[in-house]
Write a protein that binds this ligand. Structure first.
Ligand code: PLP
Length: 385
């Protein structure tokens, strides 16, 4: 693919495959009945993929709305000219209200204090205070407890400055099939919605499914699905991986900056946790480290790819650089020319017939693919291909 391209200022980068992003957006969109809206989660800089660039692709491929975690994330999308509705998936500080109104961002509301302050400011500014009501149905993270949703709505609804555009909840176990906790959360959500409807309140768009929910629980699509991880070509769990073909969007690559052949017994990197085992071992350096999202916990555990062949990362991963070894027994040493500075190394992604996945890296350090892409997105320059 674009293996020969790299940024001018650094020999380490993230590649974002816009075709894959488009494919995944359309694939998820195709699961929804016409009339069901798709809200795309682009929080945390689109899970490390670059929020503005990704939102543009998603908007063309069928996204109706966007979701972010913070006011700053929402404002960034507005400044870049994104016009779709944007929901903040939390209730931000009251002090952020002028920014919400200026950028036309919808907060999630769970307290009376915030709702009334938002309504006041909205009325004074002449724009309706559009919001979604966040309902906690059992995850115990955020939202008004489902049994109190009607009371909160009653307490705030006299306010003419406010406009309820949606009501939602979030599931803790959407990736499971036939799960009692999920069934209970869904039941609580329906109870809250019924109480609101019976009291005559308009709930706006009701929504609860995230990516695994969208794939596994179509009965809960309701008015809108909030998809995130699937857009980036990753699965939240094996339960959904068997059901839908998605293409990973992010790859991480670097170029070799230096190759040496230390003597047997010499150590590599801080603490010398790796020592050269055999004569002829080459040590190659790439300018990518834990501050780029290549967790130090991966030290001496991860592998990288060069021309489709795997090599062991060796020694402690430093903040901005790390090393890998080409031992004489490695196929490459015999079959191919020695590695030289400038050779492209794949830290994550497809290379030849092999691939290092976000799931492989996540597994090695006991986390999930979501965290892997978020971290790679933090400092590395992104090339959109
Ligand atoms: C992040 C998030 C989503 C998207 O979740 P995925 O598992 O990435 O699809 C949906 N809803 C809420 C409230 C979220 O925080």
């Amino acid at each position: 693919m674009a293996l020969n391209k790299s940024p001018e200022t650094r020999w380490a980068w993230v590649e974002i495959d816009q075709g894959a992003l488009r494919h995944n957006t359309r694939t998820l969109r195709s699961l929804l009945e016409p009339g069901v809206q798709m809200m795309c989660a682009v929080k945390a800089d689109a899970y490390g993929h670059g929020a503005v660039a990704c939102a543009r692709v998603m908007a063309q491929a069928g996204a109706n709305q966007f979701a972010v975690a913070t006011v700053a994330e929402g404002a960034e999308l507005r400044e870049a000219g994104i016009t779709q509705p944007i929901l903040i998936l939390s209730e931000p500080p009251v002090e952020s209200i002028p920014y919400l109104l200026a950028s036309r961002l919808m907060p999630s509301i769970m307290t009376e204090e915030f709702a009334l302050a938002f309504g006041e400011a909205a009325a004074a500014s002449g724009v309706p205070g559009r919001y979604h009501l966040a309902i906690d149905t059992g995850m115990n993270r955020f939202g008004v407890p489902y049994a109190d949703a009607l009371e909160l709505r009653r307490a705030i609804d006299f306010h003419r400055g406010l406009s309820c555009e949606g009501c939602f909840t979030h599931f803790a176990t959407a990736d499971k099939l036939d799960d009692w906790d999920l069934a209970l959360q869904a039941k609580h959500f329906m109870e809250a919605l019924t109480s609101l409807h019976e009291a005559g309140f308009d709930c706006g768009l009701v929504h609860c499914d995230n990516t695994p929910g969208t794939i596994l629980h179509p009965d809960l699509h309701l008015d809108m699905c909030r998809v995130g991880i699937g857009l980036y070509g990753l699965h939240a769990a094996p339960t959904t991986a068997e059901r839908l073909e998605l293409e990973p969007v992010m790859s991480v690559r670097a170029r070799v900056t230096r190759v040496t052949s230390p003597a047997v017994g010499e150590g590599v990197s801080y603490g010398m946790t790796y020592r050269v085992p055999t004569k002829g071992t080459q040590i190659a350096t790439i300018p990518l480290g834990y501050a780029d999202g290549y967790s130090r916990v991966l030290s001496n555990r991860a592998e990288v790819l060069v021309d489709g062949r795997r090599y062991a990362q060796v020694g402690a991963i430093c903040m901005d650089q790390c090393m890998f070894a080409i031992e004489p027994a490695d196929a490459r040493a015999a079959a191919a020319p020695a590695l030289v500075a400038g050779d492209v190394v794949t830290v994550m992604g497809v290379d030849g017939d092999d691939a290092i996945t976000a799931d492989e890296l996540a597994e090695l350090i006991g986390t999930i693919n979501y965290e892997i892409t978020c971290h790679f997105g933090m400092r590395l320059e992104k090339l959109y291909v």
